[in-house]
Design a protein around this ligand. Sequence first.
Ligand code: SF4
Ligand code: SF4
Length: 230
Amino acid sequence: MIITKKKDRKKLLESTGRYNRFFLLGCSECATLCGTGGQEQIDELKKELEESGKTVTGGFVAKTGCQALGTKVELKQFKEALDNTDCVIVMSCGAGTQSAVEIFPEKAVYPSNDSLFLGNMTRLQMFDERCSLCGECVLDLTGGVCPVTACPKGILNGPCGGTKDGHCEISAEIPCAWVRIYDRMNKLGRLEEFGQTTLAAKDWSASIKPRKLNVREQKDKKSGGEEKKK
Ligand code: SF4
Ligand code: SF4
């Protein structure tokens, strides 16, 4: 899931200061779990905007904010409120905000959150970064621990000389990724691979931005055009 945190509210109110009528758009998925874009946060921001003399014409928690087509359909029921709005504040991630830009090409769209990383929820509203979306996964070679993300230097063949008592030299709070990889491989009985496999330099061209993936086109090529007809 995409981990978000609320932007400084004072700054948000300042940056949207030129507008008077707002619609607040949340997301029922990641942003709700992060406590940044659910109904409760919409109600909070509505109150703050109204206390500063602004009008909130409506608010809605979209099912999946980064899914522009679905969100557009869901928002049809708010046509009047949206027609009376001069700024949409999006309370999800940067992808959700850009869906709203697509849906409302003529309106101002502002994010209320900062998007931080792709995260795993370890406990309620506690998140860890485990994958950096590098585009060329090496977890099969590292016992399932990601060196690109878990090692602050992203070292592919570690550990570096800074590891101490199983911890990282960058911070004693970070377990050394390569000690974790060693321990995992040991547990899996794959230790012999540890000394023999040298991970090749990553092909960073797999993560040149902006990335695109068209699964439909791929399926279509495989099926000789049958998919397109569906
Ligand atoms: S190697 Fe790490 S960053 Fe790359 S895809 Fe796998 S888990 Fe994600
Ligand atoms: S101590 Fe371990 S986790 Fe830290 S930078 Fe070196 S290899 Fe990476």
